[in-house]
Design a protein around this ligand. Structure first.
Ligand code: NDP
Length: 448
């Protein structure tokens, strides 16, 4: 049995009932096979893949808090510090009822490669809780965030582990967590990113993941002789990533026609009205039914009543920006039969392995999330730099650095794919380019 297969079996055996983690490891290992097999003995002697697939540290803790009725609630929380070979652990905190250790491990593992691809000195980590901020009062969210940070603060720091937002963790939650960290430690430092502008946040961080996704999509298409202008786009999700992906797509002359949330999706053939979408989601924290009610051209589709989702709409580009495994083989078949040219992942692992392979087999340009959504963490790293310097850069400065980073990431993964004889396979390119830097740093630092 090859070393790669041995490691995959080991991961499955040692991490039972964590299918998302197995899936993420499988995708990466398959891409690395060509690199590992060139030097298998050395990698094996150093147990490099065992170390790469085993987190350096996993923290599990309970979060007790009191709800508005005076009832004590208890949530499970996690922080997985996966790999610090190239810098302090960096990665978001997800607050969603689906969160469990396996989900956090898959996200942390992906983060290691993503952060390496940015070219910035940041290691990989991820955390979160099964707490659901949806439907909670501001006081309840604060109570949870303060209790969560009262445990987490022991393990994080500006030079050790710097968490950020993710699903369910936006500016409000980061603010409450930062306040509690400062109160407990007395330190005013860049320990969290995604902070508000009045207390150390970076301009353009809110927009960064969505904008970065479009900068990469534009560059990838350009390198393949395709102009993004005039293309129709299907977006899923209507959170932070989706909203700013839609905004930048419009600015680049494309036409996003769909968005979704967990209860339904919208098809707006005239193009999504991003100002209205922001009002509904960012200001009113409401459902997409409100968008459809206020916009004549929009059709609303209720997920409880219909089997179909936004991937049945005929578009040139698909940008899944909601959550993991939201685009399956049937969705991929529908998109391909409608002539989709490109799929770029805004969310983390939104496409199943079978769907990814189907796109690649059908010559659809496919860029994985660990490259395409790296703009968020890259700008978080820029926020860390500004915090260390005690300076704030302008929106234009941050945005232009973001664009450069995304263009560079694309060329790095394109070059890596070409170098290993897999031209156009951006999944392999991203995994290989991300891996080489981390592996090099791990080797240089000895057996730790
Ligand atoms: P948000 O919480 O802002 O938005 C998430 C969106 O996806 C919402 O519209 C939500 O709908 C929908 N959604 C979430 N879970 C599900 C589900 N199980 N089924 C259907 N819809 C769902 O999160 P973000 O936009 O920040 O994150 C989206 C994705 O992008 C995640 O995979 C995240 O890890 C990834 N990402 C985010 C980055 C960032 O900077 N924010 C950086 C890199 C990656 P509803 O409101 O109804 O729940």
């Amino acid at each position: 049995m090859s070393y790669v297969d041995e490691i995959y079996d080991r991961v499955v055996e040692q991490n039972p009932a964590q299918p998302e983690f197995h899936q993420a490891v499988k995708e990466v290992l398959e891409s690395l096979r060509v690199v590992i097999e060139k030097n298998e003995e050395e990698f094996k002697r150093d147990a490099l893949l065992e170390r790469l697939t085993t987190p350096e540290r996993q923290l599990l803790f309970r979060v007790p808090w009191v709800d508005d009725k005076g009832q004590v609630q208890v949530n499970n929380a996690y922080r997985v510090q996966f790999n610090s070979a190239i810098g302090p652990y960096k990665g978001g905190l997800r607050l969603h009822p689906s969160v469990n250790l396996g989900i956090i491990k898959f996200l942390g593992f992906e983060q290691v490669f993503k952060n390496s691809l940015t070219g910035l000195p940041i290691g990989g980590g991820k955390g979160g809780s099964d707490f659901d901020p949806k439907g909670k009062s501001d006081r309840e969210v604060m109570a949870f965030c303060q209790s969560f940070m009262s445990e987490l603060f022991k393990y994080i720091g500006a030079d050790t582990d710097v968490p950020a937002g993710d699903i369910g963790t936006g500016a409000r939650e980061i603010g409450f967590m930062y306040g509690q960290y400062k109160r407990l430690t007395g330190l005013y430092e860049g320990v969290l990113t995604g902070k508000g502008l009045s207390y150390g946040g970076s301009l353009a961080r809110t927009e960064a993941t969505g904008y970065g996704l479009l900068y990469m999509t534009e560059e990838m298409l350009k390198c393949n002789g395709v102009d993004i202008k005039g293309k129709t786009v299907a977006v899923s999700g209507s959170g932070n990533v989706a909203i700013y992906a839609i905004e930048k797509a419009i600015q680049l002359g494309a036409k996003p026609v769909t968005c979704s949330d967990s209860t339904g999706w919208v098809y707006d053939p005239e193009g999504i009205d991003v100002a209205l979408l922001k009002e509904v989601k960012e200001v009113n924290r409401a459902r997409l039914t409100e968008y459809a009610a206020k916009r004549k051209s929009a059709e609303y589709h209720d997920k409880a009543k219909e089997k179909n989702n936004q991937w049945i709409i005929k578009v040139d580009i698909a940008l899944p920006c909601a959550t993991q495994n939201e685009l399956n083989l049937d969705d991929a078949k529908a998109l391909v039969s409608n002539g989709v040219i490109a799929v770029c992942e805004g969310a983390n692992m939104p496409t199943t392995l079978e769907a990814t392979q189907y796109f690649q087999k059908n010559k659809v340009y496919f860029v994985p999330g660990k490259a395409a959504n790296a703009g968020g963490v890259a700008t978080s790293a820029l926020e860390m730099s500004q915090n260390s310097e005690r300076l704030s850069w302008t929106f234009e400065e941050v945005d232009s650095k973001l664009k450069n980073i995304m263009v560079n990431i694309f060329h790095n993964l394109d070059d890596a794919a070409k170098k290993y004889g897999m031209e156009g396979d951006y999944v392999a390119g991203a995994n290989i380019a991300g891996f080489l830097k981390v592996a090099d740093a791990m080797k240089a630092q000895g057996i730790v």
